[in-house]
Design a protein around this ligand. Sequence first.
Ligand code: FCB
Length: 453
Amino acid sequence: MTFPEDFVWGAATASYQIEGAVKEDGRGQSIWDTFSHAPGNVANGDTGDVACDHYHRYRDDIALMRELRLAAYRFSIAWPRIQPDGSGPVNPRGLAFYDRLVDELLAAGITPYVTLYHWDLPQTLEEHGGWTSRDTAHRFADYAEAVHARLGDRVTDWATLNEPWVAAYLGYGNGVHAPGRRDPADALRSAHHLLLGHGLAARRLRPGTVMLVVNSSPVLTPAQVNDPAAVPGEADAAAVERVHALLTRQFLDPALYGTYPPEVLAAAERNGGTDHIRDGDLDTIKAPIDLIGVNYYNPCVVESGPGLPADAAWPGSEGVRFATADAPTTAMGWPIVPDGLSRLLVRLSRDYPRVGLMVTENGAAFDDVVENGRVHDRDRVAYLDGHLREVGRAIEAGADLRGYLVWSLLDNFEWAEGYRRRFGIVHVDYATQRRTPKDSALWYRDVIVRNGL
Ligand code: FCB
């Protein structure tokens, strides 16, 4: 299987998950510092204080990327390094780090893909309401503009937000992520303000290529997981479409068409109302963008569940049962359903035909073992191989797919799961910070060189 000639191969990471150096060079506190230091929030009491120490080791990490023949590297910028309190003058030492990082990548022939928000909101902004406050959207756009002003001469590829669904609904809905708030109305408001921030920022990232990165999944009934041709009954089909609206259309319809699906407005009506959606907001949110970034790990499996209350992460999901797929799972307990990726990409390219697509994250955690300096992660190779075949199938089916970025380059701080979940194609020994490319990294290098499987 061969990929298009200009297909972009790379890997992704995020600032809080790898950088460490949380008090260095004037960095302010983020909601993830606060959250991870509060007992009970993260497995094992882990924090991102040191993480992969990438802040100090970025040169070696880039040398490694080069050996692995990566053409692109998606990383995120820690907003509190740029504006320690989330607004006002920029901190030159914080910007200087990303300046060096970009220069080093370019010198290595690797294209930087910069994500502006991968969840590390400045704590000071959270104290003023965080994403429940409309002002945060404006602060975000100012921050984005400041970063673009400094890096825009060398960076072309920008992503505004990473996974606004997760930021809003795990951060403010079920409280599993920072800032750990639990209120359906706050979650819905946050989702809108994240979108508003996206729209305001997108207009300030030109010249450049702009994308919005979403966590998307095909929403399937249990029967559809193993049989794409299965036709669900009416109640199950309605549950599927409602959850698809809450997960994916909630973000992509406003961003690309300037409309909210009725299911989202209905959820807001039942939880705090829709007053936070002001006249003109949807026009702002519908800023021109070039690409949708798709992070795919597993399908979302649901069926009708009469009388069930809404899940805390899913306001508007009353009467829906979240089910499990009949499939093998990763160490996260996530079902492995590779063809979920092609089903998703084909639907997105049909529903949003005017923009290109890029797989901005895909990968898996397994319980890796280091043996004689090697990690024989056959299960990860199988996962990646299976998903890449589906990327190829989606392209054959006509999806305008520009590239694939594996999650992740390095084992790292996996949010509420801490360091116990390893997603890297490169193993990190946290005691010594030694990096060991796993078999999957060497396999991936060969895929890149061959531009195919
Ligand atoms: C995604 C996040 C990323 C990583 C993977 C496993 O939701 O964007 O930071 O944690 O999941």
